[in-house]
Design a binder for this molecule. Structure first.
Ligand SMILES: CC(C)[C@H](C(=O)O)[C@@H](O)C(=O)O
Ligand code: SF4
Length: 466
């Protein structure tokens, strides 16, 4: 039999019907709904008089448009309240499990789904959200879809998709102690560019991947879409199994052993061929931070902002100039030392327990600079509760951070929590687009460690030592 990549194995096992030119009808194993796209697709379905085919494979949670304020309810942010109500009512009507705010299981959809054991190796997982690729960390074929595709899948439990090309990104070497998966993926995007993965499904491999915890793998896979790849995944191993074991929806007993055995076959055959191969040397990765308005505009925190000289290609020069202008920065100058107004530790990229532990280690016993408004928004109710059990909320509050309720919050500012125009925010999120955190707001993407260090210094800086 022909050697197969992990993509081939994940794909082949879900094909119901093969069409021409790489198109196929796939079975979808899990569908996740949130208060923006989930509500929209259920609305579309009910407008057509259709119902959900397999409600037991669909799970919903309100994350984007709910307030993160302490003591919030669904209507603290009124626009979000309307979406919440619609999602709540439609999921009830369709018998879909709804993980409501304040309940165990609630959280940012890409945080709560793996946490509950809803995402398992080998499954196809879709959500009307581009960061569904996060779930690839567990060895699932997980990808974002549009609302009409989601509506189709809700009605049929299938989806017509074109098979992407395969890319292997192999991480050689080792990460130094003060460098995280966030730095690794930002560095990779900086090297390859935001379009390098377009049309590909990316498999991340190599010794560095095997050393990463499950949560770090999720951070890495989360930014697959930020270099153009709809899906990015990692072959499951013991780290994956240990993470899944005992979770609410995970297989148990005899089925567990059978599942692990089957999951161990989910890897690329040694002689499988990829359409594209990239090798990244992790030894070269430092603490990264974006300086511009695209995740590829990224440097090591102690490097200078790239210069804009005449030798550059016209379009590159103009793009850099425009980015520096929007960001209020000077090309060629150091980035470190630039004053920051806000720090946001949150999002499906970096608001899991280990992210908060890392950030808390940096802030422990210290205080946020007087002019900085610093927030921690846990990724889920479970993260919040576990962090509180460890006393992390107290560490953050004593340091001058606000400790808030779970949700997407300022990552996309769809819940009214936005920065003021001109404000500079160091953010543990995944997108630094113009206006992402509010009109005129300047976003710098970084790891939780770097974000925490910036909050203390009141300016862009890295952390020292391990
Ligand atoms: C709102 C949603 C559809 C969107 C996405 O697709 O990713 C959001 O989660 C984001 O991060 O920009
Ligand atoms: S936390 Fe940010 S990136 Fe993640 S789903 Fe929410 S808005 Fe999108």
């Amino acid at each position: 039999m022909k050697a197969r990549t992990l993509l081939d194995k994940l794909w082949d096992s879900h094909v119901i019907q093969q069409y021409e030119n790489g198109w196929a009808l796939l079975h979808i194993d899990r569908q996740l709904l949130h208060d923006l796209s989930g509500t929209a697709s259920l609305n579309a379905l009910s407008a057509r008089g259709l119902s959900v085919h397999n409600p037991e494979l669909v799970y919903a949670t309100p994350d984007h448009a709910v307030s993160s304020a302490t003591g919030r309810d669904a209507f603290t942010y009124e626009t979000g309240g309307k979406l919440w109500k619609r999602l709540h009512n439609l999921t009830q009507q369709e018998n879909i499990r709804f993980f409501d705010i304040g309940q165990q299981g609630h959280g940012i959809v890409h945080v709560m789904a793996p946490e509950l054991g809803l995402v398992l190796p080998g499954l196809t997982v879709i959500c009307g959200d581009s960061h569904t690729c996060t779930n690839g960390a567990l060895g699932a074929l997980a990808f974002g879809v549009g609302s009409s595709e989601l509506a189709h899948a809700l009605a049929t439990q299938t989806l017509k998709q074109r098979k992407p090309k395969s890319m292997r990104v192999r991480f050689e070497g080792a990460l130094s102690a003060d460098v995280t998966a966030k730095d690794l993926i930002l560095y990779t995007i900086g090297r390859l560019g935001v379009s390098a993965g377009t049309g590909y499904a990316v498999e991340y491999t190599g010794p560095v991947i095997r050393q990463l915890s499950m949560e770090q793998r999720m951070t890495l896979c989360n930014l697959s879409i930020e270099f153009g790849a709809k899906m990015g995944f990692i072959a499951p191993d013991q780290t994956t199994f240990e993470y899944i074991k005992g979770r609410q929806y995970a297989p148990r007993g005899d089925i567990w052993d059978q599942a692990c055995e089957a999951w161990l076959t989910l890897n690329s055959d040694a002689d499988a061929l990829f359409d594209s191969e990239v090798v990244i040397n992790a030894d070269e990765v430092g603490q990264m931070i974006t300086w511009g308005i695209s995740p590829e505009q990224v440097i090591c925190v102690d490097q200078n902002i790239p210069d804009v000289d005449v030798s550059l290609d016209d379009s590159v020069r103009k793009a850099r100039q425009a980015a520096a202008e929007y960001m209020g920065l000077t090309p060629g100058a150091p980035l470190a030392g630039t004053p920051v107004d806000r720090v946001f530790i949150g999002s499906c990229t970096n608001a899991r327990l280990s992210d908060l532990v890392e950030a808390a280690r940096v802030v422990q016993g210290r205080h946020v600079a007087g002019h900085v408004n610093a927030w921690v928004v846990p990724g889920s109710e479970e993260v919040k509760q576990e962090a509180q059990a460890l006393g992390l909320d107290v560490v953050f509050k004593n340091a001058g951070f606000e400790w808030r309720e779970p949700g997407c919050s300022m990552c996309v500012a769809a819940n009214g929590e936005i920065g003021r125009s001109g404000e500079r925010i160091v953010s543990t999120t995944n997108r630094n687009f113009v206006g992402r955190q509010g009109p005129g707001v300047r976003t710098h993407l970084a790891s939780p460690r770097v974000a925490a260090a910036c909050a203390l210094a009141g300016a862009i800086t890295g952390t020292i030592g391990g």
